[in-house]
Write a protein that binds this ligand. Sequence first.
Ligand code: FES
Length: 160
Amino acid sequence: MADEWKEMYKKPKESPAQDTGPLLFYNDLVVDHFTNPHNVGELENPDGRAVVGDPSCGDQMQVEIKVKNDFIVDIKFKSYGCPGAIATSSMMTALAKGKSIEEAKKLTDDDVVIALGGVPERKRHCSLMGVTSLLEAINDYLKKTSHTDGSVKSHDQTTQ
Ligand code: FES
């Protein structure tokens, strides 16, 4: 069967999850988000965009958002990362889509990990890249809107 390889990432039912050794095990929801990630791709004329890298592993990701009336109406990501990065980024986009900018700014890596039902300890840092990319894309959006109406100051502008 073509999907047989997905089974190798699933936690064996007869033994507890291990966090050592060459192969890490993930719960079914994480495997689903890894094998069928949500909101993958790029947006035409995004309102905010960010590319973020994790220096600890060299992985990278891009997030783009479309904003209408201060709500994230669309979001896409491309990940050059591990299964943990892909699954957590997929969940991050599912959580961010439809949220107001103010609500989305409060999303944390813990929210993503909890929504996925947990990830192996060694993979916890992977969720940070998705959330950091989202926040950077929001900052990019805020920077652009401050140029048009002058009402919002970006982090860069307020710290200079
Ligand atoms: Fe780099 Fe997961 S190991 S993001």
